[in-house]
Design a protein around this ligand. Structure first.
Ligand SMILES: [Fe+2]
Length: 187
């Protein structure tokens, strides 16, 4: 379950709000124009489920989100623990950037932290299994998958070539708490 922490964008030392209450997280993000949902699997899903199985299990909410938000396709991204290039993969989206289209991700297992920079605030959302987050187009944000990434996530696309990151050049991400889950813990 996600935990939302809200900071002033100039002072990461003060947490203005921190909550893991699903209703509060959903409502607070909705006020900022960000979609957050909890999806439950209608049947047990094995940790090593292939792409087809994952998309079959979540077919109903995936179809509903595509219809509601105009996504044309979805895929499944796996980040198994212990990849030799994990540090490079972590670094790829660790700086503030935007996309010209919505970035939506549903965590089947594992997790990571999204940071949304909006209205002079930073919204830190540590997502775990069952969490769907959709970041509006052109929202400044970054993503930390942690020092030893592990997750399976459904990603949504509005274009066949997928989204492209435009980096802002702001080093704000360096000032905020990284995603450092307890060793071996899966959010
Ligand atoms: Fe992004």
């Amino acid at each position: 379950m996600a935990r939302l922490s809200v900071y002033s964008d100039t002072d990461p030392s003060v947490t203005e709000l921190s909550s893991a209450d699903p209703a509060l997280v959903t409502a607070h993000l909705a006020l900022a124009g960000v979609l957050f949902e909890r999806w439950s699997a209608p049947q047990p899903i094995p940790d090593d489920a292939d792409t087809r199985t994952v998309l079959e299990v979540y077919a109903a909410p995936v179809a509903a989100l595509k219809e509601a938000r105009g996504f044309q396709s979805a895929d499944v991204m796996r980040m198994p623990r212990g990849l030799p290039d994990a540090a490079d993969r972590r670094a790829a989206f660790l700086a503030e950037h935007t996309h010209d289209e919505d970035e939506a991700r549903f965590f089947v297992r594992g997790g990571g932290a999204f940071y949304l920079h909006m209205d002079e605030k930073v919204f830190r959302i540590v997502c775990g299994a069952g969490d769907l987050l959709s970041i509006p187009a052109r929202t400044k944000h970054w993503f930390d998958m942690g020092p030893d990434p592990e997750f399976t996530a459904i990603r949504f696309f509005t274009r066949p070539d997928g989204w492209v990151a435009s980096f802002t050049g702001d080093v704000i991400a360096d000032r905020f708490p990284k995603f450092e889950p307890e060793c071996g813990a899966v959010p």
